[in-house]
Write a protein that binds this ligand. Structure first.
Ligand code: TXA
Ligand code: MG
Length: 326
């Protein structure tokens, strides 16, 4: 399959690229597009065959549910059977933005989208290109991250092409994504709100709006219950990955080592690549997947990830580092 490149430049040509992407989606095709978090691999959520094609292109197991993207609250309410007060309050506070709300699904959402679950994740992304695209499609767009299953999520069109070129119909290139890690996923379908995946919207920010939120503990996260896509070993570059703090662990002779750290490279460090990321959590998140892709592209055999701070601002990053090392 030939994968069309659609570049969102300024002005009319950019608008034509978005219109073409919308036309492909409406015709049941697969289009990768930028959101503020990472690139998504989109298909019309109501088109069962298109949704199945997402799983095939990503080589993703069918038990892993997809997030449905919408332009606004009005469209979100059409995808769910119930829109509680808490959803309304959170949408008002954080949408459009990197927060996915899991709610009982409407009958119009095929079971293929939710991997058989009775709840669906919905999100209104903030990226201007995603917003223009969703308005033009005028229908719900199911989109997982636009990477092969268990591989590093894409924050640029080049990352998307690395994993999916020739397997999807088009890539809408809107530049590098500003948040850099996937959305926070909050389950509102049960008795108590539960945080399924940490992301740019922090637990404390959510609790400031709706009160206490349960968090999956490590054991639950590892067994991937109740959110199947949260299995460990995810977002992972090829090669062995480990987290360290303090001194660099020693590695066997001949290892080609790549490091991602908050610290500067110490003099004399026996490593092939040392990528220093910013000490600010949001800036670090923006660059993390690009750094992992760069180490993978360099062909290192071992990736060492320096541990990051323990506070809420870093929860999303900590989760992604743990999964990369999983
Ligand atoms: O930022 C993001 O969320 C990106 C962009 C493209 O929107 N999307 C994304 O999708 O990260 P994906 O498929 O890579 O991860 C979505 C995860 C699933 O793996 C699953 O853990 C959870 O969200 N999820 C989605 N629908 C769910 C549902 N109905 N019940 C429980 N968890 C769900
Ligand atoms: Mg993903």
């Amino acid at each position: 399959m030939h994968t069309e490149r659609l570049e969102v430049v300024e002005g009319e040509e950019g608008e034509r690229a978005i219109a073409r992407a919308a036309e492909l989606l409406r015709a049941g095709r697969l289009v990768a597009f930028p959101t503020e978090t990472v690139y998504g691999l989109g298909a019309l959520a109501t088109d069962v065959r298109a949704v199945q094609a997402i799983f095939a292109a990503k080589e993703r197991p069918a038990h892993n549910p997809l997030i449905v993207h919408v332009p606004d609250v009005r469209a979100a309410r059409l995808q769910v059977a119930r829109w509680p007060e808490q959803a309304e309050a959170l949408a008002r506070a954080f949408w459009p933005g990197p927060l996915t709300l899991v709610l009982p699904r409407a009958a119009s959402i095929p079971r293929e989208v939710t991997a058989g679950l009775d709840a669906v994740g919905v999100r209104a992304p903030a990226h201007p290109v995603a917003r223009r695209l969703l308005e033009r499609v005028d229908g719900p767009v199911a989109a997982p991250s636009a990477n092969r299953y268990t591989r590093i999520s894409p924050t640029t069109a080049v990352h998307v092409a690395k994993g999916l070129d020739g397997r999807i119909d088009a890539i809408l290139d809107g530049g590098a994504t500003p948040v850099g890690i996937e959305s926070t996923v909050l389950d509102l379908s049960g008795a108590k709100p539960r945080l399924l995946r940490p992301g740019a919207v922090g637990r404390e920010e959510i609790e400031a709006v709706i009160g206490p939120v349960e968090v999956l503990d490590e054991a639950q996260a590892q067994t991937a219950q109740p959110s199947p896509g949260l299995a460990r070993r995810h977002y992972a570059p090829s090669g062995k990955v480990q987290i360290f703090s303090g001194d660099l662990p020693s590695l066997p002779k001949g290892a080609r080592v790549g490091v991602i750290a908050l610290r500067q490279r110490p003099a004399g460090a026996q490593v092939e690549r040392w990528l220093q990321l910013p000490a600010d959590a949001a800036a670090y998140a923006r660059q993390l997947y690009g750094a992992l892709h760069a180490l993978e592209d360099a062909g290192v055999t071992d990736v060492l990830l320096e541990a990051v701070p323990e506070d809420d601002a870093w929860a999303g990053v900590r989760d992604r580092l743990a999964r990369a090392a999983g």
